[in-house]
Design a protein around this ligand. Sequence first.
Ligand SMILES: [Zn+2]
Ligand SMILES: [Zn+2]
Length: 271
Amino acid sequence: MDMYFCPLYSGSSGNALFCQYGNTRLLIDAGKSGKTIEDALASIGADIRSISGVLITHEHSDHISGAGVLARKYHLPLYATRETWWAMRDKLGKIPPDTVREIEAGKDFWLGDIGVAPFSIPHDAADPVGFRLWGGNVSVSTATDLGAFTEDVYANVAGSTLVLLESNHDPDMLRANPRYSAALKARILGDHGHLSNEACSAALLRLIGAGTTDVILGHLSGENNTPGLARRVSENTLAREGIRTGADVQLQIALRDETGEVYCIREKSQA
Ligand SMILES: [Zn+2]
Ligand SMILES: [Zn+2]
């Protein structure tokens, strides 16, 4: 069977990712309005009523602003760690008690046909996680909202066919941004903030060395980055090591306000 993955939206103005394997469809985060997410799903041929659940990375509003609506209107179960539940419960409004599902970083579980492996990421939230999703013998990993690409994150993601990794900002653009306070700049640049284009590209180099063939740059800042710049930094870093984008590896950008393409990840044939 093939696995399917689509970045519906990615960035500080709202995140929602789609994944399908076998008879199971799920979302990672619901950081746009319920209606926007429903429409984005419809645009790729997925009825929101066919979604089995929403995996929540952390409680920041760009990841949960539509989650309460999806739980109320479509009875979608929300999967989040205990600390994330504590931090986001009040922000969701009243939701059906049986849509509350608790998960734990490091404890893998099945959501229908998809194997879900949540792992901790360094970010200034209660208990933020990334996800590795298994469909048969292939996997897709997502890690955004992380201040550093740690060895622990690497170990959890390495070997995934497709990786969506944060390429949040250009540090010089961020430092020069007059609309951001010194405190906010320090937060974003810190070890529990967001991953820069440079840090992302260095991480991709390692992941490609470990077998990743498809990369998506995600959670781009609207003010301190551009899709072209993010792409250029990663392509140049890979090119210096002789890795040709478009030939050796596929590289795309997950946009803030435009639903991305649907990726098909083929299972590896068992020889
Ligand atoms: Zn975010
Ligand atoms: Zn965040």
